[in-house]
Design a protein around this ligand. Structure first.
Ligand code: NAI
Ligand SMILES: C[N+](C)(C)CC(=O)CC(=O)[O-]
Length: 332
């Protein structure tokens, strides 16, 4: 959308000045957002139509609080700063940011986002936690679609840092910029996507793995336990600190990603997955090699190998699969 076509007013306050957040839909993810925002010292209003929603929400926050306390609470943070309202309108009336986390049903999201848009103060950015719907498909009923963005979290939002932010065709670019900055200020790690793609980035990757796993179970090729062990005892150990691209660059030894592609590129055509492999043409080859160089950010292959090896040892230790490191004091 052209910035000149935008009628969406700017947000009434800067991302740094937000104090009051509304969370609409308070199940697994909405409740997790509530816990996160409370721990970061915000005042939170929540609304959820389920009759037992308030008890469930308060139980979720209480259960999360010890972990959040361990991580370090913001000054003044308290579960007492949560207000559960009787109506959606009350929840958002005074909000400076709205996070929608209602069930993953397109019609429901369309109607709810339109209701939130009608009730929230002008310009306030409204983010949807959707796991995969493009905002273009959800913003169809809203009077001001310009302030609607996707803010896709990971479970539980109070511990997993990533939020993927992206707008739809009718989202004002300034709303996307505002939301990304807001999430950073609120302690999240943000990827602002340049364009919409269903499932965003991380869920497309997770879903590919998940579909392949389901095919293997359905065909009797692997058990559920073998699938889980193959990740927790294998690649999952590396993915906690190094993504799949740089990890595979190290499979190319001193030749890095270029050698990895020369060596293993042909196996893209082997029947290793049920997904169709993309053509490994020069453009893709160069983009992957250059992307790895960018991600390495000046670190040599030797630096990355040392980093990976230490990371795997740290993860093995942290998950109780290696003895905790003993200090000289312990061994006296
Ligand atoms: N569960 C997960 O791991 C993740 C879920 N998400 C997304 O978060 C959103 C919520 O999912 P969950 O929390 O898992 O679902 P959930 O089923 O745990 O919670 C949904 C909540 O929405 C409430 N609700 C029902 N109708 C509503 C309405 N019209 N307006 C407002 N609230 C309504 C329900 O009472 C329930 O408490 C979905 O869009 C989902 O795709 C995103 C990331 C991870
Ligand atoms: C299962 N899920 C598709 C709803 C998962 C997510 O959207 C993100 C996550 O927490 O992995």
């Amino acid at each position: 959308m052209n910035e000149n076509d935008i009628t969406t007013p700017p947000a009434p306050c800067a991302p740094e000045d937000v104090r009051r957040i509304a969370c609409v839909g308070a199940g697994v993810i909405g409740g997790g957002w509530v816990a996160h925002y409370l721990a970061r010292g915000y005042d939170v209003t929540a609304w959820d139509p389920a009759p037992d929603a308030e008890q469930k929400l308060r139980r979720l926050v209480d259960a999360a609080w010890p972990a959040l306390t361990q991580l370090g609470l913001a000054e003044g943070a308290s579960p007492d700063r949560l207000t559960v309202t009787a109506t959606l309108e009350e929840a958002v009336a005074d909000a400076q940011f709205v996070q929608e986390s209602a069930p993953e049903k397109l019609e429901l999201k369309r109607d709810l986002l339109a209701r939130l848009d009608a009730a929230a103060p002008a310009g306030v950015v409204i983010a949807s936690s959707t796991s995969g719907y493009p905002m273009t498909d959800m913003q169809t009923e809203a009077a001001d679609p310009g302030r609607l963005v996707v803010g896709h979290p990971f479970n539980p939002p109070y511990l997993i840092p990533l939020v993927e932010v992206v707008g739809g065709d009718k989202t004002a670019p300034h709303a996307v910029t505002w939301a990304s900055r807001f999430y950073e200020v609120a302690g999240k790690s943000v990827i602002t996507m340049a364009s919409e793609v269903p499932g965003f980035i991380a869920n497309r990757l997770q879903e590919a793995l998940w579909r392949e796993a389901l095919h293997m179970v359905a065909n009797g090729e692997a058990t559920v336990k073998e699938i889980d062990d193959s990740i927790t005892e294998g690649p999952g150990l590396r993915w906690a600190f190094m993504g799949p691209m740089l990890t595979f660059a190290l499979a190319g030894g001193e030749g890095g990603m270029a050698h990895m592609l020369d060596h293993f590129g042909p196996s893209l055509k082997s029947p290793w997955t049920r997904l169709e492999a993309p053509e490994l043409d020069k453009e893709l080859y160069d983009a992957v090699v250059a992307g790895c160089d960018d991600a390495a950010d000046g670190r040599t292959i030797a630096d990355l190998v040392a980093e990976r090896d230490q990371g795997v040892i740290d993860v093995l230790r942290a998950t109780g699969r290696l003895p905790q490191q003993r200090t000289k004091e312990d061994t006296k």
